[in-house]
Design a protein around this ligand. Structure first.
Ligand code: ATP
Ligand code: MG
Length: 397
């Protein structure tokens, strides 16, 4: 039977086919998002107007492919033409607020207390020092008396247990108020503070078990760490992200939309370009970027001479591009790596320049985080607050 022997689809039918085309970043289909515009049909050719949020949208090729493959299943259709357009600022605002609403509606409740400030340490590419930044910031925050959760979201490439010297396996236990056993995070006391840590590295026993994890979806594992861990009280939750962007970040945006990103980059301008992708993804998944951290900045040798081994300016350029602050520049120091290898974050054992910068960034984060007492209605320490208030009233009486 020739294709032309069947009748052309109605506009509604075409729209229904197009509802299967999802803009993964906006989390909805292109029809309901208002991206699909005028549809015309003649001689087996469907022409469809598609408005992108920005003209240079990197998803354009994917959307085009999806539209083609969806429409070409209809026997009448021999060719699909797309008229690309760009949304007006008003349309863009509209689509963003709709997507934000979707993201919020679909957000699941997690076991992470509302009082915790959630910071995900991300980068555009691997090996720039995310994990080193995570453990040193966590240790510095704990040394300042804070209770800090550390979630190793690098499910297959975990390095947190080694870097914090916490190899013990995680246990689960019955917890009042939960109908299934909860994972109890491993703890390490630092000064007046406390680290509570979970990682798949604390679940795997041997290579075979590690292989089992490989079948698991990345976001599922992270979801489990957000939902099934008995975090208890936390001032901060630091999430060590796997290299690159994508799944985990989108999952976080859905499950924990209040996550702020700290973007780590090296001073090389090429790394900075890659890091922009992380920032771009953040923008489209509605995660706020809290700041940029430049790692592997200048190396100063024993004679006091400095070498910009990986270039200069990348951190500031990225911060300017994203419109946030450069929170610090961490120099290259072999002791950073050594600290990671022996489970003692550098901030706890040294007063070197790198240690100083890590502590300064932690101090800035603390200064930038509202005290729980100031946050009406979302305090896991309500009782503490009440006690404090009563006590001061007693003092006045
Ligand atoms: N400032 C620094 N000075 C010296 N070595 C560093 C510094 N920062 C990180 N390193 C070393 O560089 C290597 C990569 O760092 P790290 O593992 O923290 O990066 P990552 O971004 O988490 O990597 P991945 O993407 O593989 O998870 C490690 O061996 C680490 O010890
Ligand atoms: Mg890492």
């Amino acid at each position: 039977m020739s294709k032309r022997a069947v009748a052309a689809p109605s506009i509604e039918e075409v729209q229904n086919l197009l509802r299967a085309v999802i803009d993964p970043e906006l989390g909805d289909n292109i029809v309901d998002l208002g991206m699909a515009g005028a549809i015309t049909m003649a001689d087996g050719v469907v022409t469809i107007g598609v408005k992108l949020t920005i003209r240079g949208c990197p998803l354009r090729a994917q959307i085009q492919k999806d539209i083609r493959s969806r429409l070409e299943v209809h026997p009448w259709v021999t060719k699909v033409k797309i008229d690309w357009g760009e949304m007006t600022p008003e349309e863009r605002t509209d689509v963003m607020s709709r997507a934000r609403w979707n993201a919020r509606e679909n957000a699941t409740d997690t076991a992470v207390p509302l009082s915790a400030r959630v910071l995900a340490i991300a980068s555009g590419k691997g090996g720039v020092g995310k994990s080193s930044v995570t453990v040193n910031l966590a240790a510095a925050l704990a040394a300042a008396g804070k209770t800090v959760g550390v979630l190793d979201a690098d499910i297959w490439g975990f390095s947190i247990p080694r870097m914090l010297g916490m190899p013990d396996r995680l246990e689960a236990a019955a917890v009042p108020g939960h109908d299934k056993p909860m994972i109890i995070p491993n703890e390490r006391v630092i000064g007046n503070g406390l680290l509570k840590v979970v990682s798949t590295g604390m679940l795997v026993e041997d290579e075979g078990t590690a292989l089992m994890w490989r079948g698991l979806m990345l976001t599922k594992a992270v979801e489990q760490f957000l939902n099934d861990v008995n975090w208890g009280h936390l001032d901060y939750l630091l999430i060590d992200m796997p290299p690159g962007t994508g799944d985990v970040q989108m999952g976080l945006a859905r499950m924990l939309p209040r996550t702020d990103l700290l973007i780590v980059t090296t001073p090389a301008v090429s790394a900075q370009k890659v890091a922009i992708r992380a920032a771009d993804m953040a923008r489209r998944s509605f995660l706020r970027v809290a700041g940029v951290i430049e790692n592997m900045s200048e190396f100063t040798c024993d004679h006091g001479k400095s070498y910009a081994l990986f270039g200069t300016g990348g951190g500031q350029a990225l911060a300017d591009e994203v419109g946030v602050e450069l929170l610090g520049q961490i120099p290259i120091e072999p002791a950073v790596a050594a600290g990671g290898d022996n489970g003692e974050p550098l901030v706890l054992t040294s007063s070197s320049e790198a240690a100083r910068v890590f502590s300064a960034i932690a101090a800035r984060i603390i200064a930038d985080t509202p005290e729980v007492e100031d946050m009406a209605g979302c305090s896991a320490r309500d009782e503490d607050v009440v006690v404090t208030v009563r006590r001061s009233q007693n003092l006045q009486a």
